[in-house]
Design a protein around this ligand. Sequence first.
Ligand code: G6P
Length: 370
Amino acid sequence: EAYDAGEHDSFMHKELLEQPACAEAVLRGRLDERFGTGHLGGLNLDARELRAIRRVKILGCGSAYYVGQMGASLIEELARIPADAEAASEFRYRNPIVEPDTLYVAVSQSGETIDTLLAVQEIQRKGGRVIGLVNVVGSAIARQVDGGIYLHSGPEVAVASTKALTNMFLAFGMLAVQLGRVRDLSIADGKRLIAGLTRIPEQIDQVLATEADLALVAKRLAEAESLFFIGRVRGFPVAREGAQKFKEITYRHAEAYQTSELKHGPLALISPEVPTVAIVPDDELVERNVAALHEIAARGGPLVVITHESVDLGDLEGIVAGRIDVPRNERELDPILLTIPLQVLAYHAALELGHDIDKPRNLAKSVTVE
Ligand code: G6P
């Protein structure tokens, strides 16, 4: 059956709206509610092998790299294993140390990105073990890795990744819980997180239902030549992915920064012409994040705040250019729900500017040459 955009103006719009159903697909059959764990058969690793992992290294390019950073946070928080993500395009050029007790994770929608594939081969040449988080079944990376998790997003045509990226996050969620449950994560916490993962498809649907409001905010953002996207800790990869999506399809200069680092440089650029999209979840950093928003407002910088209903913005309430409340989940899983409105903002800003949303200039869906 031919895959076309149907009644949508672009594949990106179709794929945005497919996310709740796709999210269900990646979770289906992989959640063990009774023992509060993930059930990821394709890893080809038994409980003893999972317990022996001392470090996790995640590799991907573009959006897959940013979601890899979200995944690293999940693994550190839930499994208490040191984890980090790196651009796969850099990895093989720095004579990387490959250790037998590190689990390497290659993340790729297409499974064909040459930089990611060559990173996998470099690890394997040095005796390391790699699992894949891949969407396209039978792709080069899927064939090369030692095990993995298929993303079950279905075909993704738009260059700007939406539904595959969401499923990458959910796959990391399941992996982190499974790694945690063979270590110190309690059954109660495991059940809490499995229940949280189960709620996500419906909550994505709730975010997508606010599309008309997001479109109004996007129109205002489309006017700016340059924007900041800020967040910290769990929110920072969300900001990076938000900036990536925005620059890819609107051709505006969108720069991601840690909220905490604003005062060490970028504040100099804040002005009424430079809006900031701030990720402000209701978590342990909320007060500090709101304080940073005051710094921006004091310099006349327009603010769009992606947050939770429970967050009190105080005096800022009357001056923010847009406030978007997303549904709350477990704190660890919030990043994906904070990411969805950024996809919608980028899409509507690009639509407003009249760009080719599915095929932005100079970019390819999968980069298969070095
Ligand atoms: C290209 C695309 C990006 C994408 C990246 C990784 O650069 O323009 O949108 O995130 O490749 O693609 P992959 O298929 O490996 O996830």
